[in-house]
Write a protein that binds this ligand. Structure first.
Ligand code: AMP
Length: 113
């Protein structure tokens, strides 16, 4: 199902992205509408629509996505950064292919809206 999202199309190479990292499990690329000087999305190659759908079978993959998020933040020169996973429409999820936002490069307020 989530292969039909725009991120599925990016994974299949059907539309371009500004890639910053890739490995056998995931892809990281710049958000097309950045909310900060650095705004990267880390997505699994495996189609999981939202975090709420993840199971214990995804435990290692979820850990990998967070390690890649930290790696990307370091690669981008960030000492401080925020990771966000929106799960569900009311949480602000608009693309139903699991993704980790990596946001930084400016002071970030808390709590978020
Ligand atoms: P979310 O609202 O958590 O589902 O986040 C989806 C994110 O995907 C938003 O920040 C969008 O700006 C971003 N986005 C949508 N289409 C693309 C695209 N083609 N390339 C890069 N980022 C995208």
């Amino acid at each position: 199902m989530s292969q039909d999202t725009i991120f599925g199309r990016i994974l299949r190479g059907e539309i371009p992205c500004d890639q910053v990292y890739a490995d056998e499990h995931c892809l990281a690329f710049r958000d097309v509408t950045p909310q900060a000087p650095v705004h990267v999305l880390v997505i699994p190659r495996q189609p999981i629509a939202q975090l709420a759908d993840a199971t214990e079978a995804h435990e290692a993959l979820l850990g990998h996505l967070l390690l890649v998020a930290a790696r990307v933040a370091k690669q981008e020169g960030l000492e401080s950064f925020r990771t966000v996973i929106n799960s569900g429409a009311d949480a602000g999820q608009t693309v139903f292919h699991l993704h980790v936002h990596v946001i930084g490069g400016r002071p970030l307020a808390w709590p978020p809206g």
